[in-house]
Write a protein that binds this ligand. Sequence first.
Ligand SMILES: Cc1ncc(COP(=O)(O)O)c(C=O)c1O
Length: 374
Amino acid sequence: MLPYGRQSIDEDDVDAVASVLRSDWLTTGPAVDAFEKAVGEAAGGHRAVSATSGTAALHIAYSALRLGPGDQVVTTPMTFVATASCASILGAEVVFADVEEDTALLDPSAVDMAVNERTRVVAAVDYAGHPADYDALQPIADRVGALTLDDAAHSIGGSYRGRPVGSLADISTLSFFPTKNLTTAEGGAAVFRDPDLAKRAHEFHFIGLMRDAERFELTDEGPWHQEVHEFGLNYRLTDVACALGLSQLRRLEQFKQRRAEITARYNEALATVAGLRTPTQREDVDPAWHLYPVRVLDGRRREVFEKMRERGIGVQVNYIPVYWHPVYARAGYRRGMCPNAEAFYAEQLSLPLFPDLTDAQVDQVIETLSEIVG
Ligand SMILES: Cc1ncc(COP(=O)(O)O)c(C=O)c1O
């Protein structure tokens, strides 16, 4: 089965990991520092805190904000559940605002109507690798004293109006899962414009341990001393993973270019196929295409999904609207509240997209899909 996403690992990646395995530091060592610096630079020069997954990065980000009961997060339903559930698990209320009909990105006009004085975060998602409209979202968040968060699990390497992903919102979170734009196996990072928030995030991901002598409350314990002021978890990424990530980062631009080439090949071939609708790209963005979300019209998505799988092409559907998950449905979220997201979900199909996909494989996907739909 041709997968819909796959890592691209070369000998440099293997050597980078092997050299860490031969070194003194398997975790919390120099590769972690170097990777965090490199991610921060790629993200426009802000501080990055690495984490064990993109989900952990979201939990870290919301925890650093001390999000809790009484607070609201306004977000998109067209995302992986973690964008919302990491806020829900802290006791915050998640409010789903609808997406734009064409891009499936959080719609600023829907956000404008959803925010109020309890809104602490407006969390957008750069769905499929296409950045959301941050210049429209930020003033809405500012108006109510909230922060913007870019769940950039799909989009590292891309840019919006010349600014790199990672610098588009007050906080950005990344995922380095194998299908993503670069990988550390499991892994992620949270990037912060505000250095104080970054520091709190770092402590949270380090079990809450703090080693800042000027802030100690127990002042004469000794040189070994570290203390906890707020609870945290162990979300530390290892040196083994970070060495892989550093090596992968060197090829991020190359990965992005190949993903763009494949996207263009799909667009050109599929734009004229009746019964399909190709993805929209806004003029002011340079996406790092993570998914190729084609839309299958006329109620045929499920049939096409099953036939593609039968023919060895591992298509996927991204995503069920988050509030359809039983955990949200049981909490009273009703179907119908975000019609654009639901209409998009009914048609969406992710075609294989990863850097090592050959042109011949892309053509095979195009032919198979055209035959099934035609
Ligand atoms: C939009 C989005 N947010 C968050 C995540 C969570 O990332 P991870 O799988 O690394 O926990 C994912 C991964 O699937 C994602 O696609």
